[in-house]
Each structure stands twice: as C-alpha cells, then as structure tokens.
Design a protein around this ligand. Structure first.
Ligand SMILES: [Zn+2]
Ligand SMILES: [Zn+2]
Length: 247
C-alpha cells in the first residue's frame, strides 16, 4: 500500500451524537497500523470495519478523556483473551497516560492491571519539543487547552513523506499553529458550529485560521448535534464513520 491511508473508525463526540462512534482513526502505511485515539467504542469500530485488533502495532492518544482513551482497557483485554497478542503493544500519549491506564483497567476490570500478559505494553509519554520517532512515525506534539486531568495534545504525524495534523480536543491557543500548520491533512475538532465554548474549538474558529494553517485538506470531526445540523452548508469536509482516504 503506497502512501499514508487514514480511515475514520469513529468520528463522533463523547455523547454519541448522530449515532457516531467515538474518536478512533486508523493510520496505515508500509504494512504498519496505528490507531490515533481509542475512544470507549474503539473495539466496536474495529469489529464493524473488519480491522483485526491484533494487527494494530500501536495506539497514540491525544488526551485522557473517555471518548479518546476509554477503549484501551477493552483493547488490552481483547489482546489477552481473544486476539492472543504476543507482539509488544506500543502506547503513546500525554504525561499521565501510564498511571491513568492502570486506574482505568482497575475501574473497568478489577485486577486487570496486575495480570501477567503474554505481550509487553510499552508506554511513551510525549511532551512538546522536538519530533520523536515512535512506531515508525515521526510525532511532534503541542499542548492545547482542554481540561482532562492531564495535558491535552495536538499532534503532527509524518510518515512516507506525508504529514497529518490532528487537533484532538482543544480551545484554540497560538502554540498549536506550528504543529498544525501546513500539513497535507488537518483533522480538526469542530464541536460546535459557531458557538464559542470553553476547552473546545468551533468550526468557525478553525475556518478563521484556515489561511494561516494552510492545510492541503481539512476535515472536521468530533461534531455535536449543533455542528451536524450545519454539515450540508459547510465550506469544508466532514468526517464520517468508515471514511477512508490516502495521502
Ligand atoms: Zn476531551
Ligand atoms: Zn472528545
């Protein structure tokens, strides 16, 4: 497979608006597979779109809200009990990911964090700074403004000479510009159409900055009912569950 393929396995918000599954984006390149975010419904997404959870090399988490990270306990249990994983599972996300994952495993499946698994779980906690190599990708992050008990990251990912930027959930802050600007594809949160809301971005917020950000392609995701009501009149593309494109 040439290029970097992006498939939206979940394009919804935390509340199931529009019947959409929660944040989960499959990246595929040169035989590798990474999930960008792993919302609580991620295993349903994988099953629905015929993606073997055992074929996922790594999971990159933008921030520690359930609709972006809540699928990890289910994914890890599946890897143990059904997918029979033996290859290491690479996880990356903000500082606090390792301890929150233990908490999440224990809340959902008591004892699950202490079970001896047949695969290693390698966790990388990312901070703003130079790009790091992770799971065959080059990844650079910036910290957004989104209360989730840990830093909320916006990410810039490069592979096969292509670049993808992802806002995660965040209110606009200027630190995002160098991470999100000039990418071949910008996947942007548009929680509301134009209503300003703390800790989130509206579609209008992003369109105001489109020229400065200058993306090759802009796709809105993480849409509430308010934003979904405007989908037909938007000067931009919106994600759908199952939508796939190659950069
Ligand atoms: Zn969030
Ligand atoms: Zn969210």
């Amino acid at each position: 497979m040439a290029g970097l393929t992006v498939k939206f396995l979940g394009s919804g918000d935390a509340f199931g608006h529009g019947g959409r599954l929660q944040a989960c984006i499959l990246l595929q390149w040169e035989g590798r597979r990474v999930l960008l975010d792993c919302g609580a419904s991620a295993l349903i997404s994988l099953q629905r779109y015929g993606v073997d959870p055992g074929s996922i090399d790594g999971i990159l988490i933008s921030h520690l809200h359930g609709d972006h990270f809540g699928g990890l306990p289910f994914f890890i249990l599946d890897a143990q009990l059904h997918s029979k994983r033996t290859e290491p599972l690479l996880l990356a996300g903000p500082v606090g990911l390792a301890s929150r994952l233990v908490d999440s495993l224990e809340v959902n499946f008591p004892g699950a964090s202490r079970i001896q698994r047949k695969f290693a779980t390698e966790i990388t906690e990312m901070t703003p700074g130079a790009a790091v190599k992770w799971c065959g990708l080059s990844v650079k992050v910036a910290e957004g403004l989104h209360a989730s008990g840990a830093p909320a990251l916006a990410l810039r990912i490069e592979a096969t000479g292509k670049s993808l930027a992802y806002t995660g959930d965040t209110q606009w802050v200027d630190e995002l510009l160098p991470i999100l600007g000039g990418a071949d594809l910008l996947i942007a949160e548009a929680y509301f159409y134009e209503r300003p809301i703390k800790y989130h971005m509206s579609c209008t917020d992003m369109l105001k900055r489109r020229e400065a950000l200058n993306p090759g392609r802009l796709i809105f995701t993480h849409m509430s009912q308010d934003m979904l009501a405007h989908v037909d009149e938007l000067p931009g593309e919106t994600a759908d569950d199952g939508m796939e494109l190659t950069l």
